[in-house]
Ligand binder design. Structure first.
Ligand code: GLA
Length: 730
């Protein structure tokens, strides 16, 4: 049993393989949090909750003279605004009389096998034997507002998921100004928050901050999860590192506005809440209506950031990314974007594809520019009909020609957008998000289609289906190249405009569900100007996301390093691009560009026709190598061996097969030094007493020697040289 209820104590205990979460109904009915951390058996940990009159900390009316029973200091499961807890809250409700309060008390609960359902929202998948659910019903003391807290326990996967459903059972409307998904109250202060900030072409840089007194928040109000922030954070001990320390991961399964807000309170306890960002959010619940929050995945590891990441990588593979994609190798692709941008013809693409095919590349992806009047980024978006001037054979004819040379066909789409200069916009100007009487903010000369509207979604489904049927595409890159602004829908009344951003995301999920469900054999890759929508929500539909528009291998080391904390390597879109790199002007050897792209889905985005004979040979070898190793990369465990923040000379990472019989170690020299010190890299994850051999070497190694003494790093001459070691158990 992973969920235990002890009725005499009104105590709920949730166990995963390595963690315990516990809560208790307090003596006045509030749901108090007692513990989250390393697994503890058979213990009522409510003794950890201590009460003391702190002064200027009010108490619920019934508590009267019990001045230590203050919601302002007690650890809680779902804190609310307006009733004496002044810390960051999950729920802020306004009733019809204008009052802003909700004091939630326990009513009942239910425990069952399997998972709770979140209609319209992506979430972790698990069967009745893999998961149990606890639902706790809370009701506001003075109104008919109810909240059902959902706890999903995946014992073996070692995670707990949370979400909630807020329902107005009264007769008058309630407005929600804040409806977050979860809160974690921990008794200790002095904790760090690790978050992932960035910008276009430099996503997911690691930032580690001590949680201050006062609030520390990261989030997005851009309508997408964004390049600038990421809906995944880690709370950890101040001395936690790759292999030690208590670490709590929080993943938001959502692709729109989000908030992760942490604070150290007046008595040095830590609170963190996560959910939809309240800025711009206002949701009206009429009589009987309910609002369901997206899910948060909680992961705890007592032994560091590395194990935390690996737990999450396994979770994505087993319970988030559609399983059908993990069972087989993904094709090695060539994408034409960095080769041609908008300037291509059928002839040019076919000759590029032919050369690529000769090198062993299996899938040709035609990127932006194939439709409407799309000869630059100022026009054509929305018009999903082939541009015959560029592709005289049409989608069907062109893809047929590719198949005839042994190549699969992949296609780029950006369904959510429209250029003003397009037939779609001229026909339906009210189909995009913009405010009457204001000229909208433009990004890349495009506007965002109002996906909260059913008619818009129907149109997109029909058009995109036609494209897929006609082209018989076996891969689709789904792009999204701007943020939301001027968020206003012509289809909703004034009182509902605060719902548009979330309704947009719900519409997006409906469309993704429908298209990926109708075309299950297509390999879908998410994209948003690279990694601007790199989140668990998208991964529930698509097995990979283009990690960044930055294809500079050296910059990619940092981006992929940051990404690996919360996301599995098999989902990271990574390509070998041209020399000189288009984003930075840097020159990196072809071997190293491939080494870095191998820590991902592996493909090429360069003019392979310009390669000389020896480079072509290198590419053939890279492809053979990737095919040889990819099962370890797709299915194995990933170890960060260095950090770009602390090691300026070397970057190294390692994959280990689950049965510990094989491992792949990649090393890139960043800045060579004259007369350099010798370096060793201590490997991880091998079997101590097993005997291993490094491919191409005679020396026999004990696993313990490779892990504790370390592997000597060869002296690499020149900037950005690289090497890898394939290690096999004898
Ligand atoms: C985005 C993507 C690129 C490319 C362009 C096309 O920026 O991230 O890979 O597809 O759009 O316009």
């Amino acid at each position: 049993m992973s969920i235990i209820y002890t009725p005499e104590k009104k105590l709920f205990t949730l166990h995963t393989a390595g963690s315990t979460w516990q809560m208790k109904v307090g003596r006045y009915g509030h749901l108090l949090h007692t513990y989250y951390g390393k697994r503890v058996e058979d213990m009522d940990l409510s003794c950890l909750i201590r009460e003391m009159n702190r002064g200027f900390c009010g108490v619920p009316y019934e508590a009267g003279e019990e001045r230590g029973y203050s919601l302002d200091t007690l650890p809680q499961e779902y804190p609310t605004f307006g009733v004496g807890d002044y810390r960051t809250a999950c729920l802020h409700a306004i009733h019809e009389d204008g009052s802003q309060a909700a004091e939630l008390r326990y009513v009942s609960h239910r425990i069952y096998d399997g998972r709770y359902q979140l209609p319209g929202l992506p979430s972790v998948r698990a069967s009745g034997t893999e998961a149990q659910t606890l639902e706790i019903l809370l009701r506001d003391k003075s109104s008919e507002l109810e909240v059902v807290l959902y706890y999903g326990v995946l014992e073996q996967a070692d995670v707990i998921t949370r979400a909630c459903r807020i329902q107005n059972r009264g007769k008058t409307p309630v407005r929600l100004l804040r409806a977050l998904s979860c809160c974690v109250d921990l008794p200790d202060g002095n904790m760090d928050l690790i978050s992932f900030h960035g910008r276009h072409a430099m996503e997911r840089n690691v930032q580690r901050t001590r949680i201050p007194h006062g609030r520390l928040s990261v989030g997005s109000t851009r309508g997408t999860s964004s390049h600038q922030s990421n809906p995944f954070v880690i709370l950890c001990d101040p001395d936690a590192g790759e292999e030690w320390g208590n670490c709590y991961g929080m993943t938001f399964v959502y692709s729109g506005n989000f908030l992760a807000e942490a604070e150290t309170d007046q008595t040095d306890q830590t609170r963190i809440v996560m959910g939809i960002h309240p800025d711009g959010f206002c949701w009206t619940l009429e009589e009987g209506e309910a609002f369901v929050t997206p899910e948060v995945i909680l992961t705890f590891r007592p032994d560091g950031l590395g194990p935390l990441s690996r737990t999450l990588h396994d979770l994505y593979r087993e319970h988030l990314i559609p399983r059908r994609f993990l069972e087989k190798r993904r094709p090695i692709l060539l994408n034409n974007w960095e080769v041609t941008e908008f300037d291509f013809t059928e002839e040019k693409l076919l000759s590029l594809a032919e050369s690529a095919s000769g090198l062993g590349i299996e899938l040709f992806v035609m990127d932006d520019g194939w439709f409407g009047e799309r000869n630059h980024d100022r026009s054509g978006l929305g018009d999903w009909t082939v541009n015959h001037a560029k592709l005289p054979s049409g989608l069907h004819g062109f893809s047929e020609k590719l198949r005839n040379i042994g190549m699969k066909f992949g296609i780029w789409i950006e369904p959510e957008m429209v250029n003003e200069d397009s037939a779609l916009f001229r026909a339906h100007p009210d189909w995009c998000l913009q405010i009457p009487g204001r000229s909208p903010n433009l990004e890349r000369c495009q506007l965002v289609l109002d996906l909260s509207r059913q008619d818009v979604r129907e149109h997109l489904f029909a058009r995109i289906s036609e494209v897929l049927d006609e082209s018989q595409a076996s891969y689709v890159k789904w792009d999204m190249n701007r943020n939301l602004s001027d968020v206003w829908s012509a289809a909703l009344p004034a009182s509902r405009q605060g719902e548009v951003s979330h309704r947009y995301v719900l519409g997006l999920y409906e469309l993704m569900e429908r298209l990926t469900g109708t075309y299950p054999d297509i390999l879908w890759e998410g994209c948003s100007g690279g990694g601007g929508r790199f989140d668990a929500g998208i991964f529930c539909y698509m097995p990979q996301i283009w990690c960044s528009d930055n294809t500079d291998a050296v910059e990619r080391i940092r981006i992929q390093y940051g990404t690996s904390f919360g996301y599995p390597i098999c989902a990271v879109g990574a390509h070998v691009s041209a020399d000189v790199n288009q984003q930075t002007g840097r020159r990196v050897p072809l071997e190293t560009r491939a080494e870095v792209a191998m820590a991902g889905t592996f493909g090429y985005e360069m003019d392979v026709q310009k390669l000389d004979a020896s480079e072509q040979e290198q590419v053939r070898r890279q492809i053979q190598n990737y095919i040889r190793f990819e099962h370890i990369i797709r299915l194995g465990d990933y170890y960060r061996l260095t950090s770009p923040d602390t090691d300026e000379t070397l970057a190294a990472w390692q994959f280990v097969a689950k049965d510990l019989t094989e491992s792949l170690v990649s090393i890139v020299a960043l800045h060579p030094k004259a007369n350099p010190p010798f370096r060793r890299i201590r490997l991880r994850g091998l079997k101590e007493y097993a005997v291993y051999r490094i491919d191409g070497e005679d020396q026999i190694w004990k696993g313990s020697a490779l892990m504790y003494a370390g592997l000597p790093v060869p002296l690499l001459w020149g900037d950005y040289q690289s090497c890898h070691f394939y290690i096999r158990r004898l």
